[in-house]
Write a protein of this length. Structure first.
Length: 115
């Protein structure tokens, strides 16, 4: 079945999230942070329906299903948070988005919804 959106790219998702989450990650410049925010938000928008569909195939009492759906809820909540006015506030939210992207990539891999 063809994707309505671009397919989930786990490698790119993990690499992008690592730009903020890796222990040796450099602090991004403000322009780079804005770019990362947009990229991570887009990745969440693409991955959520894929993970949701894959989780929906599992029984309602399945633990991986519950974990994936909780991750989706957290990612959606983070997308609704205000980005903030200061660089530190924007950095905090973008880091949270990176954590959601990494978690969604893990769920996507575990549920077999991406290459």
């Amino acid at each position: 079945m063809p994707h309505a959106t671009a397919p989930v790219d786990l490698k790119t998702m993990r690499e992008t999230a690592s730009l903020l989450l890796a222990p040796d990650a450099d602090r991004p410049a403000p322009e780079e942070l804005e770019k990362l925010f947009l990229m991570l938000s887009g990745m969440i928008h693409v991955a959520v329906p894929e993970v949701e569909t894959a989780a929906g195939r599992l029984s309602k009492d399945d633990v991986p299903r519950a974990c994936a759906l909780a991750c989706i809820g957290e990612a959606r909540m983070r997308l609704r948070l205000p980005s903030g006015e200061t660089f530190e506030q924007q950095m905090s939210l973008t880091t949270k988005l990176a954590r959601s992207v990494r978690a969604l990539a893990d769920h996507c891999q575990a549920l077999g919804c991406a290459s």
